[in-house]
Design a protein. Structure first.
Length: 277
């Protein structure tokens, strides 16, 4: 297959390496940072620079950039994308990206599917990318038509070299609502948690709990600011829910109400058991 990848950070770089690792695939890549692009080519993850000419050869085009840039790039590239090409964005929010891109794809007769690979680390950049990043992970798909089985089968075939373990199909609105809870809220909580003055003296007094809660505090501030702003209504709703729950724990402690505190702990434990069993 011929694969085009726009953006060679953690996600784009890992896709490039996955396709090269899988066998006889040609990877065309582009990154706004020429040094990153040159390094990816030197590393063997990218065969050639993605341009207008070879864009027409691509069976799959992956947009692994921030939402605003994904929208801009597709507007510029659309006249050069052939009907055979499937375009998948890999952004962390879907409503804004998918809304207009579905219309653009229909106008120029190519296939566009919203995508969100549920894989990553607290680190960003090509140097942290690896061929096995997506192995066994979930890939969320937001197609223009929910039950287009032929398109979904084609997408799964095109993405097979990445070795995703599961595919979920969902609408853009529901995706953003859920992702506010599972992704954006944890990053905000983790980032805020380490601002406690106690964080500066935690060494020697912390273990797994601290590491689990603070892992994603070390984030890409540009990317996460854009993602949270893109999805701000859902993120605010989740923050308000969390603050209400935290106030209950604070009130129980302030009143020295041990039974109430115990009930809150039991509720949380049972909720976790019910959800993730």
């Amino acid at each position: 297959m011929n694969i085009g990848i726009v953006g060679l950070g953690l996600i784009g770089g890992s896709f490039a390496k996955a396709y090269k690792h899988a066998g006889e695939h040609t990877v065309y890549g582009f990154d706004i940072d020429r040094k990153i692009l040159d390094f990816a080519m030197l590393d063997g993850a990218v065969d050639q620079v993605l341009n207008v000419q070879n864009l027409e050869q691509c069976d799959l085009l992956l947009l692994c950039v921030y939402p605003d840039r994904a929208i801009e790039y597709l507007e510029e590239a659309a006249p050069h994308i052939l009907p055979k090409t499937v375009v998948i964005d890999c952004c962390g929010t879907k409503q804004n990206v998918c809304r207009e891109r579905f219309k653009l794809a229909e106008k120029y007769k190519f296939l566009f599917v919203g995508g969100h690979p549920m894989a990553g680390t607290q680190y960003s950049g090509f140097k942290y990318s690896r061929a096995g990043l997506f192995k066994g992970a979930y890939m969320i798909l937001v197609p223009p038509v929910y039950d287009d089985i032929e398109l979904l089968d084609k997408v799964k075939m095109l993405l097979a070299p990445a070795e995703f373990g599961h595919f979920s199909v969902i609408g853009a609105e529901q995706h953003d609502q859920i992702i506010a809870f599972t992704s954006q809220l944890p990053h905000i909580v983790s980032n805020a948690y380490v601002k406690s003055p106690s964080a500066r003296i935690h060494k020697g007094f912390s273990a797994g709990s601290y590491k689990d809660l603070t892992r994603v505090a070390w984030l890409n501030e540009t990317m996460w600011s854009e993602l949270c702003m893109e999805n701000k209504e859902n993120v605010i709703n989740e923050l308000e829910t969390l603050i209400r729950e935290l106030e209950k724990y604070k009130e129980a402690l302030a009143k020295s109400d041990t039974p109430a505190l115990k009930r809150l702990f039991v509720e949380g434990k049972e909720q976790k058991k019910e959800i993730d069993g």
